[in-house]
Ligand binder design. Structure first.
Ligand code: ZN
Length: 148
């Protein structure tokens, strides 16, 4: 399946050229960011703009075809963050050192957990090491994102 270039460009601009889940900027990527289907194609999701989000490869692969996850605080099954219906800043913020994305709500916590936005399931928190380097370079965190 391929998304027409004009549609890709609309999704990209709407997202301000950053992953709509972890806010990884295209600027730091050696390849274009990918298109995520909010309702997966395997579950009948369309190629309409309101079903598409810009996502980095990590987030796209980890979201796979999951629509929900488990809130680590309550154990409840909760719908994942939907960038077409919800505001990132309502559900997430950066830790003081900007290395970790923190969930501010059940949806935020569940999405951090399902997409492993801070690489906590890896032996080495690769993404946090990278964010530290981007911070030193003055490229992180995004200006308009809330901080702890
Ligand atoms: Zn991402």
């Amino acid at each position: 399946m391929s998304i027409p270039k004009s549609v890709y460009e609309q999704v990209r601009q709407r997202a301000q050229a950053q992953c709509e889940y972890c806010h990884y900027p295209e600027l730091l990527s050696s390849a274009p960011l990918s298109i995520d289907h909010i309702q997966p194609q395997s579950l009948g999701g369309s190629d309409d703009l309101d079903n598409l989000a810009l996502a980095c490869r990590r987030c796209n692969e980890r979201r796979y075809n999951f629509m929900t996850g488990i809130d680590p605080e309550t154990g409840a099954e909760v719908a994942l963050f939907n960038p077409r219906q919800q505001q990132w800043s309502d559900h997430f913020m950066w830790s003081t050192d900007a290395l970790q994305i923190l969930g501010r709500t059940s949806i935020g916590r569940t999405t951090c957990n399902r997409l492993d936005l801070n690489d906590e399931r890896r032996e080495e928190p690769f993404i946090q090491n990278a964010r530290q380097q981007w911070t030193i370079a003055g490229l992180h965190p995004p200006d308009s994102d809330p901080r702890e």
